[in-house]
Structures are given as structure tokens and as C-alpha cells.
Design a protein around this ligand. Structure first.
Ligand SMILES: Nc1ncnc2c1ncn2[C@@H]1O[C@H](COP(=O)(O)OP(=O)(O)OP(=O)(O)O)[C@@H](O)[C@H]1O
Ligand SMILES: [Mg+2]
Length: 222
């Protein structure tokens, strides 16, 4: 299945989620390809440092995705596609082919309003493919004591997109991980909360894939 991590807005946590989700699935014995669809190619480089045996592919534009994704789909159980921050043609191509879309979004009304762009692309995809890919908003970089406001809930409801009940908290450790070529499960200091929240999030949005994790990704007791 193709899982697109998409939001035209830049810097909302797409690559962070893509690298962690691909690694999480791989370490649970699933076959995974990280499809880096951002010309900056930061997630494929990051994955190669974290998990050299996890296959990565890079795609330079929408044509490459439309031409090559259909056969790629037969080569692994999960294609985790990291979308670009600004190229809407590429996002459109991704959402046309995706079986499931993860839409990271910073937790503010402004950001939720900006999601209208993603929903527009999802609707276009729906018209062309005869159905919208199941999609879920993942709130990212949220403050520790943050609660989803009624305004934001209403805005998400109006977009007909569910919001994952587990959010990704704003933590220095996420910002440090790419520079260290690692993922939160492998970082020694201050990682327990981040590691556990990603385990919870992925178990929530990827039901049926929570098979026995390797020692490195086992939930650390509180
Ligand atoms: N939960 C978090 N807490 C703190 N920093 C974060 C978190 N998630 C991501 N970051 C940092 O925020 C920045 C943007 O994240 P990321 O690169 O994952 O976003 P993106 O949507 O892929 O961006 P782009 O659109 O440019 O590709 C990075 O420096 C990343 O390390
Ligand atoms: Mg990115």
C-alpha cells in the first residue's frame, strides 16, 4: 500500500513522520520502501543513516511518480512517500495514487485553515480515481499542555478529515534526530516520551501492523 505523507505547507513535520514510520514498520519485519518525493532528498539521506538496509527511492517530479509508483507498489508491502513542501503537482500525483494519506499539520487555526489546499487536492483525486484515499490529520509540534480547541475540531470536521487522537509533541529531540542521523527510538537521552508517543501514534493509524517490535523499539515503561 502507498502511504503518502502530504501537506503543501512546508516544515510541518512530513519528513520526520515519514522517516520514523518507515523505520517503525521496517523494524517490525515489514517490507518497506521510503519513496522520497521531495527534491531536497533529505528523508532518503536520513533513512540511509538510520537504517541502511531499508530501501529508498527518489522521485524528482510528478511524472516520475505517476510512471514509476504503480510498479513500485508490487515491490514492498508499504511504500512510505514523503511529499514535498511546496510542489502541488507532485502532491497531487501522490494523492492520486495513495491508498492512505497522512497529513501532518501544526496545531493552530492558521495551519488548519491552510489545510483547505490539501483537501482541494484530495477532492480532485476523489473525482479522478472515484474515491478519496482514507486520510488522517496528525497534529505535529504541539505544546505539552495543548488541547485541541473547539474551533480546530470544527475546522477539521468541515474538511471531513479525522484527526488522530495521538499528536506529535514539540520536542527538541525530534529536531536533533536528523542532524545525528538517528531516530528517537535510538537516542539515549530524554527519549522515552517521544519514543512512546510515536509508537502510540503508529499503532493507532496503522492498525494490524503492531507485531512484535525489535528490542530497539519496545515501549519503554513510564
Ligand atoms: N515534533 C517536533 N518537535 C520539534 N521539532 C520538530 C518536530 N517535528 C519536526 N521538527 C523539526 O521541524 C523542522 C521541519 O520538520 P520536517 O523537515 O519533518 O518538515 P517537512 O514538512 O518535511 O518540511 P518540508 O516541507 O521542508 O519538507 C525540522 O527541522 C525538524 O527537525
Ligand atoms: Mg520534508
Amino acid at each position: 500500500m502507498i502511504i503518502a505523507i502530504a501537506n503543501n505547507k512546508g516544515g510541518v513535520g512530513k519528513s520526520t513522520l515519514a522517516v520514523h514510520l518507515a523505520t517503525w514498520l521496517h523494524r517490525r519485519g515489514r517490507s518497506v520502501i521510503l519513496a522520497d518525493c521531495d527534491t531536497q532528498q533529505s528523508s532518503s539521506e536520513w533513512v540511509r543513516e538510520v537504517q541502511p538496509d531499508l530501501r529508498t527511492e527518489t522521485y524528482r517530479d510528478a511524472d516520475a511518480i505517476l510512471n514509476e509508483f504503480p510498479s513500485l507498489k508490487n515491490e514492498a508491502e508499504f511504500i512510505i512517500a514523503d511529499g514535498p513542501g511546496s510542489n502541488s503537482e507532485t502532491s497531487r500525483a501522490l494523492l492520486l495514487l495513495a491508498d492512505f494519506a497522512l497529513v501532518p499539520c501544526k496545531a493552530s487555526m492558521l495551519e488548519v485553515r491552510a489545510l483547505a489546499k490539501v483537501t482541494e487536492v484530495l477532492r480532485q483525486a476523489q473525482d479522478i480515481r472515484g474515491g478519496m484515499p482514507p486520510s488522517v490529520i496528525v497534529l505535529s509540534m504541539v505544546g505539552k499542555n495543548y488541547r485541541l480547541t473547539k474551533d480546530m475540531k470544527d475546522a477539521a470536521t468541515a474538511l471531513s478529515l479525522p484527526v488522530a487522537s495521538t499528536s506529535v509533541t514539540l520536542r527538541q529531540i525530534y529536531a536533533d534526530a536528523p542532524g545525528q542521523g538517528t531516530v528517537v527510538w535510538d537516542m539515549k537521552a530524554r527519549t522515552r516520551d517521544a519514543a512512546n508517543e510515536l509508537d502510540r501514534l503508529f499503532a493507532e493509524i496503522m492498525p494490524g501492523t503492531a507485531c512484535e517490535p525489535t528490542a530497539a523499539t519496545k515501549e519503554i515503561p513510564a
